[in-house]
Structures are given as C-alpha cells and as structure tokens.
Design a protein around this ligand. Structure first.
Ligand SMILES: [Zn+2]
Length: 434
C-alpha cells in the first residue's frame, strides 16, 4: 500500500484525527486572518465571528463566503496577510473575463505547494526515474510551475518545454524518452493526431506511461479515449489559482480524487441558496485554505459543480475526502431552449463513439427566434461522405437522448476545428441576445 502514498502518516490518518487537525488549523486560520488583514477583520467582526466561535467544523458555516468578485475588488494584493516582503512568488489566472486572480506565495507556501504536488504526482505513479514533459504554458499561470515543483521534489526529470509547437513536442517526446506527459486532455489528443500525421504510432514509438491532465473539465469517456490513443494511464488534476494552483487533489490508482484535506477544507453548497449540502449531494465546491500564509482564503466559492464523499476509506488506504469529477463550472452551464446543458454531457456522448476524434465544439445560433445547437466534431481518421452522414445521424440520436431536443451534427475531417490554445473552447455562442 505504502508505495503509492507519498506521506502515509498524513494521507492515511484516521478520519477522526484528520477532523481534529482541520478544526485546530481552522481556528488558527480565523485568528491569523483576523490579526493580519483589514478586510477579513471587518468581515468577521460584522458576522460576529472570532476563533472562539469555531468549536466544531460545522461552525465554518457562520463564516461569510468569498467570491471571485470579492477577489477582483482586492486586486492585486488586498487579501495578502503577510508583509509584501515575505512574498517570494506571484502567479495569476489568465483573466480572460476581467482582472486576473492573483496568487501570492510566501516561502512556506511554495514549500506547501511542492509537497501537495509531490503527493499528487506520486499517487499517479511518478517516480525519480521518470521523465516528465511539462506541456502547460510557462507564464503567470500556475499549472506548469506547480507540476515542476512537485516532480522535482520527487526527483524526476522535468522537460520545461511549455505549450505549443506541437511537432517539436513530439520530436522531444520521442528523443528524450518522455514517460509522463502534463497538459490539458484536449491538447494530448491533438498531440496524438500530430504524431500520427508525422508518421509515428502513439502506441509504439514512444515511452509514455502516465498522463497528468487538468485545467479543463473532461468526461470519463474522453479519459478512456486518451488512454487508448496513447496506451497510458491518464490521471486527473484539479486546481485553482485562488487556492494554490494544481495540488488540491491527489488521484489514486483507483481514480478517486482525494482532496488534500489537511490543507484545503472542502464543502459543497447549494449554489442558489448558499446552504451547506450533505456528502453525496451535488453542488458548488467551496474551499478554505488551512495553512497558507500569503493569501489564505476562507470559504471560497469555486463555481465548480461536484459531489464530495467523506466517510468511506478508499482501497488505496487514503482517508481524505474524495470528490467526484467536476461536472463543469456553474458558469459553463448553458440554457438552450429552456434546458440546462453542460458541455460535458455532450462530450460523454461523443467520446463513446470510436470514430470520433478528440476535438469538438458546440455552436449556438438563433434561427427564427429559436436557439439552434450545432455540434461540430472531427472524425478520428478521414472518412467518406456517406460514412460521415451515418455518423451524424447516429450522433444526433445519441445526443437527443441526453438533452431532449435534436441538435444538428456536422462531422468534419481530422484537424479542421481550430485548436484554441491552452484550453479547449467548447462553446461558440452566437445567439441573438435580448
Ligand atoms: Zn484512493
């Protein structure tokens, strides 16, 4: 058992002890932010909360939430709880929809980050002898840096190739004998297509064994397609700049996502009412950092939809809370003809078809005042017009069974949908707005 657990004393600790540790750390954290940040002090005073009012973990519900809007209001360093001198590294989200979210780290925060990433990568099977190709973009974004820190803590080789220049990625992957690939799931599919285009066989011409994928929501069907395409075990990663970057969870060999809950305390809430839900109920994930110094965060609303399970011990031996795969950001939910639809639902259907390639998107238009959904999908290999029509009809019926109405489906040749960069762009909404 222990060979797959980086720190069994912590990761497999009895649940009761874990909860005691979380409570002790939560009280300390409430006290810490109260003493060190004016915003937190005012908010906690207003809610009449101090560390003395936190007597059980349930008392966390008395603490007000923090939203992305709050963070924008404190851009860039308003929530920092140390002297600026103590910050040694700063990251930020891409900020495509406004001011970026900033993540300032102290020396201890950087060490914490390396530790939780080492846990995650070790759980995925990464070891000292591995060669990890880091195809996340090196920039302000946390992704590449978090994976690098964790892999180096384990002692693996990190190829700091960054994202893009796919043919070069493939050549390096072959020549350097890469054993672990780190990128978004959609990019790994694009890489497989590129390798084939270069006359290489993803199953035979490479040394790849592990894939560590994150930064976009993906379906289990997509995961299984990536695994088959490359002949690897694909693991999921989940992270947020607001919390620490990647490293919030460790996915074990049974593909259960264990939250590193000695550092990140999870809750699930009803996104409409803010009320706390019970384990197993689906809702919005909320995280509280228990040990971060630079920019700790209390009850951050992630807008990601998932379930958490807190009682069962996993076969891997870890006791830490598990969460389901992320169904999608609540922001990603689309309302089409009055039906709530997550892109992941469409992806699950598409990826069950072996003729379908990795890239696809939903195009929404308004026709005669009615929402029209066209699902564009690439075929895995070139196919005839007749085969494409058959596939279109079959996909139409399959999608209709999950979203109630019949969409249009267009099957396109491989590599014809534009690659959107780091993260796949699954929705193009051209509907008329009221
Ligand atoms: Zn497990």
């Amino acid at each position: 058992m222990a060979e797959n657990v980086w720190d069994s004393k912590i990761e497999c600790m009895p649940l009761k002890e874990l909860k005691d540790l979380q409570l002790k750390r939560l009280k300390k954290m409430v006290d810490y932010v109260f003493r060190n940040n004016r915003f937190y002090r005012d908010r906690l005073k207003e809610a009449k909360i101090s560390s003395d009012n936190i007597r059980s973990l349930k008392d966390i519900e008395k603490i007000p939430f923090i939203t992305k809007q709050d963070l924008r209001g404190f851009y860039p360093f308003g929530l920092v709880c140390t002297e600026i001198d103590d910050i040694v590294e700063v990251h930020a989200s891409s900020g495509t929809t406004g001011k970026p979210v900033v993540g300032p780290y102290t020396k201890n925060d950087v060490e914490l980050w390396a530790e939780v990433m080492a846990r995650s990568l070790w759980a995925n099977g990464l070891r000292k002898h591995d060669i990890m190709q880091n195809a996340y973009g090196y920039g302000l974004f946390t992704g590449a840096h978090g994976f690098e820190k964790g892999a180096q803590k384990i002692g693996a080789v990190v190829i700091t190739i960054s994202s893009g220049n796919t043919k070069r990625q493939i050549t390096i992957m072959k020549d350097f004998g890469t054993t672990a690939l780190v990128c978004t799931p959609s990019y790994s599919m694009y890489m497989a297509e590129t390798a084939e285009f270069m006359g290489l066989n993803p199953l035979k011409d490479f040394n790849l064994k592990i894939g560590c994928f994150g930064a976009e929501a993906w379906s289990e069907e997509m995961r299984s397609n990536v695994e088959k395409r490359w002949g690897i075990i694909a693991h999921e990663h989940y992270g947020l700049t607001e919390i620490i970057g990647p490293g919030i969870v460790s996915e074990c060999k049974y593909k259960k996502l264990h939250i590193n809950a000695d550092h990140f305390l999870p809750e699930v809430i009803n996104p409409d009412t803010g009320e706390t839900l019970s384990p197993g109920e689906e809702g919005e994930l909320v995280f509280t950092t228990l040990t971060k110094e630079g920019m700790p965060i209390l009850r951050y609303r992630t807008r990601d939809i998932a379930k958490i399970y807190d009682q069962m011990v996993c076969e891997c031996g870890r006791t830490h809370v598990k969460h389901s795969t992320i169904k999608g950001r609540s922001d990603d939910m689309l309302i089409i003809r009055g039906t709530n639809i997550y892109p992941g639902q469409i992806e699950s259907v598409l990826m069950k078809n072996s003729e379908v390639g990795g890239n696809w998107r939903m195009v929404l238009t308004t026709e005669e005042d009615v929402d029209t959904l066209t699902v564009e999908v690439e075929s895995k290999a070139p196919i005839s017009q007749l085969e494409a029509m058959d596939l279109e009809n079959s996909l139409k019926n399959q999608i209709k069974s999950v979203i109630v109405f019949t969409p249009r489906v267009t099957v396109l040749p491989p590599n014809s949908i534009p690659q959107a960069g780091l993260k796949a762009k699954r929705v193009v909404d051209q509907r008329k707005k009221e």
